[in-house]
Design a protein around this ligand. Structure first.
Ligand code: UVW
Length: 345
């Protein structure tokens, strides 16, 4: 957040330069980068936990409903396959196990219930961000403060502020627009962006124009890169790698535009919304937009969406706006939650 000069520096002109320089030296590159960027801390009260989702009220839900034309629905989660899936390095795909199945009856370890009914049960070990998911606003930060200016210590042993459960409580419902950047700018017949492509504001605007799509204030932005589909295209797709996926890139223009548009949420078919590794003014950053959007502006991020079917249909009928309904699980104190969003056209 904006650099706070020390009291000493304010009081003593002679010390100002030295103290300020010292404080500057203590800033991380992210703090310097974001010092003049938009922030929504306090905008919805000091204890707000859902950030820009506050932009989605009754009127926005009705605008979403008004976008429905045919009633066609698309589910936008990727399949959850035990032991396999696109995940960020350091995470593992969901592991799914049967706790009870026909085997227990066949082995004589259980009897059918009175009346003859049998049942199965299953359990899963999963990273909550290990499939299509919504991030809570406390999920990523820089410095020692998370969204809303709360201490990073609120994350210890479970988030006591801005956990994903708060988003689950509210639910995500509104008008969304698909920006199929992969189709508009992609260089292959699968309509996907090359690895390492930076998506800038002008690319979003050019895509909307090419599609004939009007982006309204408070629209949820659903951005297709074509990237996640690569995970299943070839076995294995040598070039697919979470670290080199195409994605949004940080710029003040993009942040100011999203701020003006009162964008509540950005969802993408890549692992991090943004290009993971970015170089800005000669400095390397890893996921700087998580800092700018999630921590500073409270814009909700949602990743690993399956958009190819929706995109193919939109290319055919020319309708890129729809009602979006996405309800992450109420994982109390959680950083993220799996979600199966539904687009209704
Ligand atoms: C990354 O941080 C890369 O993704 P997510 O926001 O899902 O954790």
């Amino acid at each position: 957040m904006p650099f706070q000069p020390s009291i000493l520096a304010l009081c003593t002109g002679a010390l100002f330069a030295g103290a300020s320089a010292m404080a500057m030296a203590q800033q991380t590159p992210m703090e310097t980068l974001q010092s003049d960027a938009p922030t929504n801390w306090g905008k919805w009260g000091d204890d707000d936990q859902v950030g820009a989702l506050n932009y989605l009220g009754d009127a926005e839900v009705k605008q979403g409903a008004a976008a429905i034309q045919s009633g066609k629905t698309f589910t936008l989660q990727i399949p959850m396959t035990s032991g396999s899936g696109p995940v960020f390095p350091g995470r593992v795909p969901t592991q799914h196990f049967m706790a009870t199945d026909a085997g227990v009856y066949m082995a004589g370890k259980a009897e059918p219930a009175p009346g003859g009914m049998k049942y199965s049960d299953d359990v899963a070990f999963m990273y909550l961000q290990g499939t299509t998911h919504v991030d809570g606003l406390a999920h990523a930060w820089y410095g020692d403060q998370i969204y809303g200016g709360k201490s990073e210590k609120t994350s210890v042993h479970g988030h006591t502020h801005a956990d994903v459960g708060e988003i689950g409580e509210k639910g995500i419902v509104g008008r969304a627009v698909l920006l199929d950047v992969g189709r508009h700018m992609g260089s292959d017949d699968l309509h996907r962006l090359p690895t390492n492509t930076c998506i800038n504001l002008e690319d979003l605007e050019a895509t909307a124009e090419a599609q004939g799509t009007t982006i309204n204030k408070r629209d949820i932005l659903v951005i297709r890169t074509g990237s996640i589909a690569r995970f299943w295209e070839e076995e294995p797709d040598e070039q697919w790698n979470a670290m080199n996926e195409p994605g949004l890139c940080h710029s003040q223009e993009l942040l100011s535009w999203l701020d003006r548009m009162e964008t509540p949420m950005i969802a993408t078919d890549n692992i991090a919304v943004e290009k993971v590794v970015q170089e800005i003014d000669g400095q390397q950053y890893i996921i700087p937009l998580h800092g700018a959007l999630m921590r500073d502006m409270g814009v909700v991020l949602s990743e690993i969406w399956w958009l190819d079917d929706l995109a193919a249909d939109s290319a055919e009928d020319g309708q890129y706006s729809f009602l979006l309904v996405a309800a992450p699980l109420k994982v109390e104190q959680g950083t993220g939650s799996p979600v199966n969003p539904v687009a209704i056209k």
